[in-house]
Design a protein around this ligand. Structure first.
Ligand code: FAD
Ligand code: NAP
Length: 340
């Protein structure tokens, strides 16, 4: 079989990135199975390769040379049960929220706080997705990935993924080297709820829920997200553009003396997490627009593309926000979005 015949040439990526910017891939192939991926890899030696899921965490600054591999590997199944623990394996190309829905329909708890995060299952470990007090690493068991340079298959345990805040080994030493084909999660048939985020408790109260189920928590998360975050189908964006900075306690105290209303959330390691959105708002960027790009009016950490702009213009705008926060607070924001 000739796998190269699966390759399309000079393909627009506009519909494949949630910023909705135009950029062209020199070559693109949809991958539906490990066999197909390994076959294709053996025929494209020397070609630069990139992996794309739902395009909800990338900024395309320009056209992409080489071959873009779209993870479309499907499937979800229970692979093991032990007491109340249930292990679920899902294909890397499955839509993340479809997986969350599937687990809720099967009476499983663990993913409810991660409802409505755009993108695919295969991308979830890359930045250890997190929201409303829960991170992927808390339910992660293992993943299976194919090395792009050799086609060899390997299993990574949670420890080997070295997860951190919006971080993993796949954003550091193993960056760009693997295609994640399958992820295994350890969920629970009994509710294991995390209601630590104030907004979640408030919304459940507004919904009149006294003893929440995982489904109630999912509904509450969806309600908050819909009210606060722009829908990429209507307004181009990639979620939070920058990570929330984690500061040494002393740096935080010094800053707080100058800005007494600076919010801070203490971390187990003694550092303090500061909302980047607060810094950006205080630097004057909330709701500010320059041409086709701006900071969202309700959540300024989200950089939005109003249409007709370029990836380069978004990058230029983001750099201005970054510089301005650094000048005002001495904190250098680090992009969370993957810049191509
Ligand atoms: P892509 O954007 O396609 O890719 C992201 C990176 O992962 C790229 O570097 C790509 O090369 C790599 N990659 C993708 N798939 C694979 C694979 N199978 N194997 C190897 N590498 C791969 N993130 C959060 O953590 N929490 C949130 O609450 C959250 N909310 C968001 C809200 C909105 C409105 C938007 C637009 C984004 C949000 N995000 C959030 C960011 C984004 O949804 C996640 O990072 C998501 O996991 C990205 O998935 P994706 O498939 O779109 O990845
Ligand atoms: P938010 O709830 O207004 O919170 C703003 C900031 O405060 C975030 O830095 C959040 O940290 C932190 N925070 C709030 N309550 C906290 C608590 N009880 N303990 C520790 N930290 C707390 O933020 P939001 O923008 O509306 O987003 C809600 C959730 O969805 C957040 O978890 C956020 O990370 C996630 N989200 C992520 C993206 C993305 O693209 N990455 C996009 C939208 C929403 P954390 O960010 O560490 O949670």
């Amino acid at each position: 079989m000739e796998y190269r015949s699966h390759i399309r040439r000079d393909v627009s990526l506009r519909a494949l990135n949630t910023f909705g910017v135009e950029a062209r891939a020199q070559m693109l192939a949809e991958i539906g199975s490990i066999g197909q991926l390994q076959g294709l890899l053996s025929e494209v030696e020397g070609v630069p390769l990139r992996v794309l899921g739902g395009g909800s965490n990338v900024l395309l600054r320009g056209d992409v040379d080489g071959l873009v591999l779209l993870d479309r590997i499907p499937g979800v199944e229970v692979v093991r049960r032990e007491g109340t623990a249930v292990w679920v394996a899902a294909g890397g190309g499955l839509d993340w929220h479809a997986l969350v829905e599937w687990t809720l329909e099967h009476g499983l708890s663990g993913l409810e706080n991660l409802s409505l995060i755009p993108g695919t299952v295969g991308a979830a470990p890359i930045q250890n997705i997190g929201a409303y007090g829960v991170e992927l690493c808390e339910v992660f068991e293992a993943l299976e990935a194919v090395e792009l340079s050799t086609g060899r298959c390997r299993i990574f345990t949670g420890e080997e993924c070295a997860f951190g805040y919006r971080d993993s080994i796949f954003k550091r030493s193993e960056k760009g080297r693997w295609f994640i084909t399958r992820v295994v999660l350890r969920l629970s048939s009994e509710p294991r709820l995390n209601l630590s985020y104030g907004a979640l408790q408030e919304t459940l109260r507004e919904m009149g829920v006294q003893r929440p189920t995982p489904r109630d928590v999912s509904r509450a998360v969806i309600r908050i997200r819909r009210s606060k975050l722009p829908d990429p189908a209507r307004l181009g964006n990639a979620g939070s553009f920058f990570k929330n900075p984690e500061l040494p306690a002393e740096t935080f105290r010094t800053l707080q003396r100058r800005h007494p209303d600076l919010p801070g959330y203490p971390l187990p390691d003694g550092r303090v997490k500061v909302p980047a959105a607060w810094l950006i708002e205080r630097a004057g960027w909330k709701g500010r627009r320059e041409g086709a790009v701006g900071c969202h009016e309700r959540q300024p950490l989200v950089i939005v593309h109003f249409g007709g702009g370029t990836g380069e213009a978004i990058w230029h705008f983001a750099r201005q926000v970054q510089r301005s926060v650094e000048e005002r607070f001495g904190i250098r924001l680090v992009p969370e979005v993957n810049v191509w």
